[in-house]
Every structure is written in C-alpha cells, then in structure tokens.
Write a protein that binds this ligand. Structure first.
Ligand code: DSN
Length: 428
C-alpha cells in the first residue's frame, strides 16, 4: 500500500512536469533552471550538513562543500560587483529575517511600501517585520507612475527618521528612486534595505538599476525569479558598512538557519556562472518581452497599469480585470486554458481583501528563458484576450496553447541549451 502511495506521488510529479510543458507560465516569481543547475539537485550534497562558513564548520566531511561555497560566493561577488555576499539563506524571506534581526530591535521604526502597492508579505505587520515587533510606516506610492512618491516620501523619512527604510516589491515595475531619496535618507541616518527578489536577474544583467551604487546598504533577494536559479536566498552588502555586514552574517547563522541545503547552493553557483555569460542578453529580452506584452494587451483593450510611464521597465506587468469579473475569476479561467498566472491586488484595492483583487500579474522571465521573443508576446496576448474579453471556452483555447508551446521546449541562455525545460528525469 505504501509503495502504491509512493508511486502515486511520483506519478503526480510526472503529470506536473507534463502540465508545465504544455502551459504558458507567467507567474512573475518563477523560472526554469538550466540543465547543469538542475543536475546538482540530485547529488549527495542534498543529504549533508554544513553549518558556519568554509573552514569554520561544525561538521566533518565538508572538504568539497567548502570549495563549492567559496566558488559560489566568489561568482556572486563578480556578478553583483561587491565583496559582501552571503549565499546561505535558503529563501528570500529567510534572507529578510536575517536582515531584520541584524539591523533592528523591537520597537524600531521602519518605512515600507504598502502591500496593495506590491510589497512582499514579509514587510507587513503580520509578516517578518511585525513578528520582530517593528513599527512599519507606509511610504506614499503614486499609482500613476507606479512608484514611490519622492516628495512626500522624503518629507516622511525626514520627519520620522526610520531606523531602516525598506524598498522593493513583489510587483516591481520600475526602478526605485533611491538617488532621488538619498538626501532624505542621509539626513534621517537610515539603513537603506532593498528587497530585490523580483529583479535580481535584471540587476545582475545590468538592465534595471544598481542599488548598491545608488544608496542601498543591503540587498536581499530570492534566487529563482528573474535570476533563474534554485529556490534559495541571498544577501548582498555595501562595502562601507563592515560592522553591519558582520551582524548580517551572524544573523544568517546561527540566527535564522542552521544547515543551508548544499545541493541548491551548488545549483546557485552554476546559475551565477551562466548569468555572467548570458545574463545581459537574457535581461534585455525579458524587459523587451514585458514591454511588448503590455503594449499589445493595451492595444487589444486591456487596462494595463502604468500607461503614462510606458507600462514597465522590468519583467512584470499589471492588468486591471475588474470589468471581466476580477482577478480571481480571470486567473482561474486562464488556468483552465493552461495559462498560469496569479491574481493580484492593485494599488487602489482594499488590502484587507487579498482574495478578491482587481488585477492579474504577469511576468515574462520564464517565457524568455524558453526562447520567446516579442512576436510571441503578441500571440500570448491574443490567447489571453480570447478567454478574458472574447469569453471563449477555456477548454478550446487550451488546445491552441498546447500547440503553441510545442515550439518552446528547451532552456536558453545557459551552457547546454538543447535540454528540455520540463523533462522529468526518471532514475528507475
Ligand atoms: N510573494 C511571492 C511572489 O511575488 O510571487 C514571492 O515571495
């Protein structure tokens, strides 16, 4: 009986792979790994422990692990142009926890982006920030430009003098105006923390902004969104803050992790090496694709946010679908046609009702990884229109999606670009 259950789980995983092989993946926080990176997940590294830092471990057996960690960290330093890189956090939220522990004490003030304007849940009262006992103060967000309102935000920062000013979002359309806010942030003597989870691959590809050179003291991120690596986290520091960096590293271990999942670390190192080679071309195409998808959807009649400022400068676009039944209904209809995305709060939504938002969020990073270009974005927009505006039966559109997707099976922008992106690797 338990063997049957084991095989059932395996069969479901095979079906999952097949489903993604036949789908249009548009979730802005996901991606596909390269074959070399994926291979690392099956190694013995995933069964071992390595606490601490290379050369200062608490377990034996780490001779190769240490070399992998040093090389991964060095590749990270090169990719992000900083000497301060910690590759041990096991997720973006885990990286955020470490930074919160390192930089704050309960009761401190922290400025944040409002949730409905795209902030991550770890910055909320009910997330990591709240659990640390911090007092979050939302900064004003201008919906017309889909960005922080610099004048009002500067005034608030100067007035409240937050211990930490947190920027970055999970709906991240435009670069944060760090330079424009720098006078206020310096006057307030705040730590500037930039959560770059969504845009890390674009930053590393030199196509978004360069937060460490624009005033950020620390960057956190996950490594599997626009950076197409394993599910994991990272912290990057600014060289002017040695004391802060020591605290951050102690907060990582032993503060918020013990072991750090060594197979995904090796996959991350390989992702860094590939991004150094292909990251700029990839980031370029991701952004071109997002812009084209937004423009085409707009011309087909969709209300795409950020019209006055060109819709997007990242991988993400945001669409108001209230008139077609709201974000939940549309996301569910699209799912029936194998188009996978998520419903999303819009800046003017009531943020206490996240289950019934007005919008959908779309990201082009994974479609870019499997080789799609601008003209393919036109096709994707048409398929979305058929279900949303034309109200066609999703089951019928599903066959078109499966046919279309047959042209995009392999992972690009990596060392071995003829490997099937969603292939299930059977060992027995
Ligand atoms: N909140 C997730 C997302 O943006 O999809 C990331 O943690």
């Amino acid at each position: 009986m338990s063997m049957e259950d084991a095989l059932k789980i395996r069969d479901l995983a095979i079906q999952h792979n097949k489903y993604f092989e036949e789908s249009i993946p548009l979730i802005a926080s996901e991606n596909v790994m390269s074959p070399l990176a994926r291979e690392m997940l099956l190694t013995d590294l995933g069964s071992r422990y390595a606490e601490g830092l290379p050369g200062k471990r608490y377990y034996q057996g780490n001779q190769y692990v240490d070399q992998i960690e040093i090389l991964t960290t060095d590749l990270g330093k090169k990719l992000f142009n900083t000497d301060y890189v910690d590759v041990r956090p096991i997720s973006g939220t885990n990286a955020n926890q470490a930074v919160v522990f390192a930089l704050t004490n309960p009761g401190d003030l922290i400025t944040t982006i409002p949730l409905a304007s795209g902030a991550h849940i770890s910055s909320a009262k009910f997330g990591t920030v709240g659990f640390r006992g911090l007092n979050p103060i939302p900064l004003p967000f201008d919906h017309e430009i889909m960005n922080v309102d610099v004048d009002l935000a500067s005034r608030i920062i100067k007035l409240v003098k937050p211990k930490v000013a947190l920027f970055g979002q999970s709906v991240f359309l435009f670069p944060t105006p760090l330079k424009e806010l720098s006078d206020a942030l310096q006057e307030a003597d705040s730590f500037v923390w930039y959560d770059g989870a969504h845009v890390l691959g674009l930053i590393a590809g030199k196509r978004f902004q360069d937060p460490l050179r624009e005033g950020a003291h620390v960057i956190t991120g996950s490594t599997h969104k626009t950076l197409p690596g394993p599910q994991r986290g990272i912290i990057l520091g600014n060289s002017k803050n040695e004391d802060m960096w020591e605290k951050v590293q102690r907060a990582v271990f032993p503060g918020v992790i013990s072991n750090h999942h060594l197979n995904t670390m090796a996959a991350l190192g390989i992702t860094f090496a590939e991004h150094l080679e292909y990251g700029e071309a990839y980031a370029d195409q991701v952004i071109r694709n997002a812009k084209r998808l937004a423009e085409t959807m707009h011309s087909l009649g969709f209300k795409v946010l950020g019209e006055k400022v060109g819709f997007t400068k990242s991988h993400t676009i945001l669409v108001d679908v209230r008139e077609y039944g709201g974000g939940r209904k549309i996301a569910e209809n699209l799912e029936k046609a194998n188009i996978v995305l998520n419903m999303n709060l819009l800046p003017y939504d009531d943020q206490s009702k996240p289950r019934n938002p007005s919008g959908i969020r779309l990201g082009t990073q994974e479609l870019t990884r499997i080789g799609m270009k601008e003209s393919d974005m036109d096709h994707v927009a048409e398929l979305i229109k058929k279900i949303t505006i034309d109200k066609k039966n999703p089951e019928d559109v599903r066959n078109e999606v499966i046919e279309f997707k047959k042209n995009f099976r392999t992972v690009k922008y990596c060392f071995n670009d003829n490997f099937e992106a969603y292939k299930y690797i059977k060992l027995i």
